[in-house]
Design a protein around this ligand. Structure first.
Ligand SMILES: *[C@@H]1O[C@H](CO)[C@@H](O)[C@H](O)[C@H]1NC(C)=O
Ligand SMILES: *[C@@H]1O[C@H](CO)[C@@H](O)[C@H](O)[C@H]1NC(C)=O
Ligand SMILES: *[C@@H]1O[C@H](CO)[C@@H](O)[C@H](O)[C@H]1NC(C)=O
Ligand SMILES: *[C@@H]1O[C@H](CO)[C@@H](O)[C@H](O)[C@H]1NC(C)=O
Ligand SMILES: *[C@@H]1O[C@H](CO)[C@@H](O)[C@H](O)[C@H]1NC(C)=O
Ligand SMILES: *[C@@H]1O[C@H](CO)[C@@H](O)[C@H](O)[C@H]1NC(C)=O
Ligand SMILES: *[C@@H]1O[C@H](CO)[C@@H](O)[C@H](O)[C@H]1NC(C)=O
Ligand SMILES: CC(=O)N[C@H]1CO[C@H](CO)[C@@H](O)[C@@H]1O
Length: 781
């Protein structure tokens, strides 16, 4: 385990200690320069604000409000009144989990809505657990700190407490968003350090459609976004103007999509990471584009994958500490693919020489680090052979991969949004809502309305079917939870949510949601996707949360780590199945989690919950930006018979209880009908769940993959960096006929053999030591 601490000008940013969810490493902040702020135009409507607010959080105090409009708490939004207290009251109302309480909670979700206006604040907006801070996409509110504003972050995602620590361990911060806001720092003198958003967070979190304007004065110390730790995460459609740093960021891993940074001194200060995926990074007017900050004893950055990006008027695009003999040997990976340069002096700069010259041209491919193509390690420094991009994965006639932001339906009036509660569902965690939901979805598909799930826990006893044409949106992240006999038979598994049936065509959009199970459900497939979709059909911020929440009957009292395996803690057959009927599946920011701890336990005590399989993909034309899968017993991701797949960052964790029992002895047995991995071929050592298996598949480009195994039966000594990595023998298998597979920026933790091809170990961790994980820039077969 790794930790570091560094003094910034303003404060001590403390590092990690041993933590349940996992790891981190830290550094300093800073920041400076900028532009003008667009004035709000006023008055636009937004269905999310206009619909009836009927969210019901069944396990919160009575009268608990899910939806809060900051104006109802006294915020003026008039550009002059200090709205700090009113906004923080809107967030804290109703006994919620705060950073000062250092607790997390599944029972108290909130949407904090900002109508159009300019909201002046003199101190941070303190974000709480399970909170979505949302403005109007048709007229985003501006949050404007006063010139004497004090604090780290106008929105502070994990406020530092008096003991010098962040309130929450940032690797446990899940379930939150900020979207449709402008943060205007320009009244704060440039000489004062200032941060738009402090965002040390983890899975199931997102920033979307946010603009941050920093002070433009010479010597300005502003930064748009500061992240010093966590296990993220996803953001899209974010623009930062000005600043010493557009973003000053370190985290285990993150996916950034459509990020624009204009007129910053250094657009991105990459303080540390294990891996990072940038899809559509647009930098205009900077001295340095991305600076891989060096550590005191060597490289601190594991790597970055930057694709489909545009860099204009930049002196040095990537400044790296990597050399072919820098330490640690596997760190400092760089993958650049389809990056357009316009007036860039130097594309890649090393410590003492230029690695790639600039100009006005397109970098088709450039990589640095260790490569296995398929054997190795060899040093990669220069071009590599990308997989030819299948037309089903690209945009129109262009060469960029297809992308689509989470739909917000900003042009739709509230009258075209139907509430699932008005349609008869209760969402109280007790009533069987199967019939009400299925009938509402069926009529909505024929008339094109949006189906809005007011916050609730929707218990279902049979499959919920999403017919072609439906658009399903959650308030905060409601949950559909499968319960009862129909989901109990592992030899006859049944989907909880089935998105299209075999042969269904068209578009389905699904966002802001969770799917789970209640009690024993060894035969539940949380999500089954069969839709033969139009390009752009997909899901955004849809997560599986199997166990660990109140109402799941899968908490500490039900499934303590001390108990032996029982049917009541066998909670799902599979998290997600993208079947061979599915085509054109698109996803952004999805996290498929079998709980390792109880969110509602005051000290986040660990639980032993058993699920069979993570994500099985058998489809073609599959796009997955920012996907995590954790703690499933046989594998996290398996691509079987799949073709034309692109995505990243893919992040996994093996179950913490393994190897007692391991993947061969757990309650879910490898089954050839499901093309499960055959664990009888395990390499010597612990035979735990695979993080990734690719079998009988073709054309896959995985930009950033981290497969982590931190524990042996809840003990981390097998993954302590510096010692031997032997939590498990292998974690990534390529079996059978696989062609055109490129895995970029590949990282493992706690694994002896990083890659196994047809049963033979192909890459040893000890050849690829990185900043904390072990890393390979490019593996291809
Ligand atoms: C929060 O609680 C965790 C244990 O649950 C502890 O490790 C951490 O130090 C606490 N944070 C603060 C700020 O006290
Ligand atoms: C990127 O984000 C900007 C700002 O939100 C938006 O206008 C633009 O359409 C987005 N581009 C893509 C490719 O998503
Ligand atoms: C970049 O700088 C030039 C010259 O100062 C300016 O005209 C242009 O607007 C800037 N670009 C952006 C995106 O701010
Ligand atoms: C590049 O990184 C080195 C080492 O961290 C640093 O000294 C130098 O100033 C950086 N150069 C640029 C152009 O950012
Ligand atoms: C569309 O279907 C929904 C859900 O059943 C229903 O509430 C709504 O009235 C229908 N709208 C129209 C225009 O038919
Ligand atoms: C394997 O899966 C098939 C199909 O679900 C099922 O019928 C069979 O019982 C399973 N075998 C075992 C040993 O569980
Ligand atoms: C694995 O073995 C199969 C069958 O012998 C062979 O067709 C395939 O090419 C091998 N795969 C790799 C990646 O070497
Ligand atoms: C191929 C390669 O770079 N191997 C290195 C892996 O890391 C160890 C420890 O840093 C080095 O000794 C090897 O040279």
């Amino acid at each position: 385990m790794r930790w570091a601490s560094v003094l910034s000008s303003a404060l001590l940013v403390a590092g990690a200690s041993a933590v349940p969810h996992l790891y981190k490493n830290n550094k300093n902040l800073a920041a400076a320069s900028s532009t003008a702020v667009p004035a709000p135009t006023g008055g636009a409507s937004y269905w999310l604000a206009d619909v009836k607010h009927q969210g019901n959080a069944p396990y919160a105090d009575s009268g608990y409000k899910v939806f809060r409009n900051v104006k109802d708490y006294g915020a003026a939004g008039d550009g002059s009144t200090d709205d700090t207290d009113a906004i923080n009251k809107a967030i804290s109302d109703g006994s919620r989990a705060s950073p000062a309480s250092n607790t997390t909670s599944s029972t108290t979700p909130a949407i904090v809505y900002f109508p159009p206006g300019t909201y002046v604040v003199s101190a941070p907006i303190i974000d709480y657990y399970f909170t979505q801070i949302i403005g109007n996409p048709n007229d985003p509110a501006t949050i404007k700190p006063t010139s004497s504003f004090k604090g780290i972050g106008v929105i502070d995602g994990d406020q530092y407490q008096n003991n010098g620590k962040e309130g929450w361990i940032s690797t446990n911060i899940f379930l939150r968003q900020v979207r449709n806001l402008i943060i205007d720092l320009t009244d704060i003198p440039g000489t004062t350090a200032a941060t738009g958003i402090h965002w040390p967070t983890s899975q199931a979190t997102s920033l979307q459609n946010v603009v941050i304007n920093c002070n433009a004065d010479a010597g300005s110390q502003h930064q748009g976004i500061f992240i010093e730790d966590g296990s993220g995460g996803f953001m899209s459609d974010v623009t930062v103007n000005g600043g010493l740093y557009g973003m000053n960021i370190g985290n285990q891993q993150f996916t950034f999509r459509n990020i624009t940074i204009n007129n910053a001194a250094t657009a991105i200060s990459q303080i540390w990471d294990w891996g990072w995926t940038y899809v559509g990074l647009n930098i205009n007017n900077a001295t340095t584009g991305i600076n891989f900050v060096g550590g005191t004893t060597g490289q601190a950055v594991g790597g970055a994958n930057i694709i489909d990006s545009t860099i204009s008027n930049v002196k040095t695009f990537v400044n790296t500490t990597w050399t072919s003999d820098a330490t640690p040997a596997g760190a400092g990976n760089l993958i650049l693919e389809n990056v357009v340069l316009d007036s860039v002096t130097t594309a890649v700069q090393g410590p003492s020489e230029t690695y790639l010259k600039g100009g006005s041209s397109t970098i088709a491919s450039f990589g640095q680090g260790h490569q296995y193509t398929p054997s190795g390690p060899n040093t990669l420094q220069g071009t590599y052979a990308p997989i030819a991009r299948p037309s089903g994965l690209t945009t129109g006639s262009g060469s960029n991969y297809f992308t689509k932001s989470k739909p917000q339906y900003e042009n739709v009036p509230a009258s075209q949004v139907v509430s699932i509660r008005d349609a008869g569902a209760k969402g109280d965690g007790k009533t069987d809502d199967t019939k009400a939901i299925n009938s509402a979805l069926s009529s909505a598909s024929s008339n094109g309305t949006i189906v809005f799930f007011d916050y609730g826990i929707y218990l279902v006893t049979d499959t919920i079917y999403f017919p072609p044409g439906v658009k399903v949106v959650g308030e905060s992240y409601p949950i559909i939870a499968g319960s009862g006999d129909a989901f109990s038979d592992a030899s006859n598994p049944l989907p909880v949510v089935q998105v299209g049936k075999s042969g269904d065509k068209g578009t389905i959009e699904w966002s802001d949601f969770r799917v789970g199970t209640i009690g024993g459900a060894a035969g539940a497939i949380a999500i089954e996707w069969n839709l033969n979709g139009d390009q752009g059909a997909g899901m955004w911020d849809v997560h599986t949360l199997i166990g660990g929440w109140t109402g799941s009957s899968l908490q500490v009292k039900d499934c303590p780590t001390s108990a032996s395996v029982s049917a009541s803690c066998q909670a799902a057959f599979m998290s997600v199945h993208i079947t061979k009927d599915a085509q054109n599946f698109y996803s952004e920011n999805n996290w498929f989690w079998t709980a390792d701890h109880d969110i509602d336990d005051p000290t986040n005590t660990r639980v032993s919950i058993y699920t069979g399989r993570g994500v099985l993909v058998e489809a073609s034309n599959v796009i997955m930006w920012g996907t995590g899968a954790e703690h499933h017993g046989l594998y996290q991701f398996q691509f079987h018979g799949a073709s034309n797949v692109v995505g990243g960052y893919f992040q996994t964790e093996s179950p913490y209880y393994q190897p007692s029992p391991d993947a061969t002895a757990g309650p879910y047995k490898s089954n050839t009908t499901w093309n499960d991995p055959d664990f009888s071929t395990c390499l010597s050592g612990n035979c735990d769940a695979l993080g990734l298996r690719v079998t009988d598949s073709s054309s896959l480009s995985l930009y950033g993959t981290g497969l982590y195994s931190f524990f042996n039966n809840y003990d981390t000594s097998c993954s302590n960096s510096g010692g031997s990595e032997n939590c498990q023998s292998e974690i990534f298998r390529v079996d059978g006929s696989v062609s055109n597979l490129n895995v970029y920026g590949y990282n493992t933790v706690g694994v002896t053999n990083m890659i196994t091809v047809n049963g033979t170990g192909a890459a040893k961790y000890s050849d690829n030591l990185s900043v904390y994980p072990d890393s390979i820039a490019l593996f291809s077969v």
